[in-house]
Design a protein around this ligand. Structure first.
Ligand code: ATP
Length: 134
């Protein structure tokens, strides 16, 4: 099966770089599947799961907190706001972040509702993706 080059980066680091067989990413307008030869594309990503199929048949699961994905003829670049490989997710930290945000959201003085809802979504996503580690 033909492969294509994927670069998955965050502002802090390169998370993945190499040949992949296919990938699935959380586009803002729905889940996007990519294989070699896909038409050029630029899309925004939301909080969700990035699933990478490697040429050797293995899979990588990555939590994505939003960002952009650009598909060109040469390569696919994902620039994520933040992202973690499933194996690197600190589940306890995500649980604490979830709890803190839920408590804050319940407080009557809290005005930053949109940010708190995003924090909750990020934490739940990390907890879900962490469960996919092999
Ligand atoms: P927290 O409140 O726990 O910091 P957050 O959603 O505010 O969570 P981000 O701003 O998205 O965190 O990310 C800040 C940095 O911390 C990024 O490098 C991100 O990859 C990392 N990070 C956040 N949560 C986790 C986690 N549960 N496990 C591993 N890395 C994490």
């Amino acid at each position: 099966m033909p492969t294509f080059n994927l670069e998955l980066v965050t502002p802090a680091r390169v998370l993945f770089e190499g040949e992949v067989q296919s990938l699935r990413a959380p586009g803002v307008e729905g889940s996007l599947g990519l294989m070699a030869g896909h038409a050029p594309l630029l899309t925004e990503l939301k909080i969700g799961l990035i699933k990478i199929d490697l040429p050797n048949g293995a899979q990588e699961f990555v939590s994505c907190s939003g960002g952009f994905m650009e598909v060109t003829r040469q390569k696919t670049i994902i620039l994520a706001d933040s992202a973690e490989m499933a194996a690197d997710i600190d589940v306890e930290r995500a649980r604490k972040a979830l709890q803190t945000a839920e408590v804050a959201l319940g407080s009557s003085e809290e005005t930053n509702v949109a940010d708190l809802k995003l924090q909750i979504e990020r934490a739940k996503n990390r907890i879900n993706v962490a469960q996919m580690r092999v």
